[in-house]
Design a protein around this ligand. Structure first.
Ligand SMILES: [Zn+2]
Length: 228
């Protein structure tokens, strides 16, 4: 049983890439960049720099395209299902080196059964946080790798690339394998960034998903070290 005093609550490790609105920002799948503009109504302008009484901006973005996001089975169903609230859970962080972009089951063989898994890929440059993925072929999970992840009992999977599937896999094979059983409780989080200094191992995970009635929402996964 995990005891509160064994968790390093004072040093949260944020593994999110925020949705940002500047020139240099992450874009996946050739999508449009995230944008914002000040809300205007009559004489009101939602920008203090332009005489407004407060800042109030309108944002245009997609959780799937512009930053770390958590998605649920609603991503692949006709039925509209919203991303669930996930409590505090134990997670294993593992680092792999994709071979020709592929992450295979064999690379994950040493893992023990776990409720949640973070897959970090090498190389792990900070450029991941602002990458335009239309110019870079991202890594992905083979069907075999996803079957293995399901077998481990993983309910919440986090990866540092735009999709668990190959970008041009219209069948979304790995997504479908993951959500075959117990689907409504399970989530996939894509486009995390795990800093270099964070070591592979076990952590407590606070997934922190924004309250959206949608198949996906921006998220800020935070890891806490478990002291021995
Ligand atoms: Zn996805």
């Amino acid at each position: 049983m995990l005891k509160l005093q064994n968790i390093d609550l004072e040093n949260p490790i944020d593994i999110s890439i925020p949705v940002s609105f500047g020139k240099k920002q992450l874009v996946a799948f050739d999508g449009p960049p995230a944008k914002r503009h000040a809300y205007k109504a009559g004489s009101f302008v939602g920008d203090v720099r332009h005489g407004g009484s407060c800042n109030c901006e309108v944002y245009t973005f997609s959780p799937h395209l512009n930053g770390t996001h958590t998605e649920c089975v609603g991503h692949i169903t006709k039925e509209r299902i919203s991303v669930p609230n996930v409590g505090l859970i134990m997670v294993t962080l593992v680092t792999v080196t994709p071979k020709n972009g592929l992450i295979t089951g064999a690379m994950l063989k040493k893992l023990e059964p776990i409720e949640a898994l973070v897959v970090r890929t090498l190389p792990n440059s900070k450029a991941k946080a602002t990458r335009n993925y239309s110019k870079n072929e991202p890594p992905y999970l083979t069907a075999d790798a996803m079957h293995h992840i399901v077998k481990l009992g993983v309910q919440h999977l986090l990866v540092d690339f735009p999709s668990v599937d190959k970008v041009d896999d219209a069948k979304l094979t790995a997504h479908h394998i993951f959500w075959q059983k117990n689907a409504k409780k399970k989530t996939i989080t894509e486009l995390v960034y795990v800093p270099e200094r964070v070591r592979d191992g076990h952590y407590l995970l606070n997934l922190q998903v924004a309250a959206f009635e949608a198949d996906a929402a921006p998220s800020r996964p935070v890891l806490y070290k478990v002291k021995r």
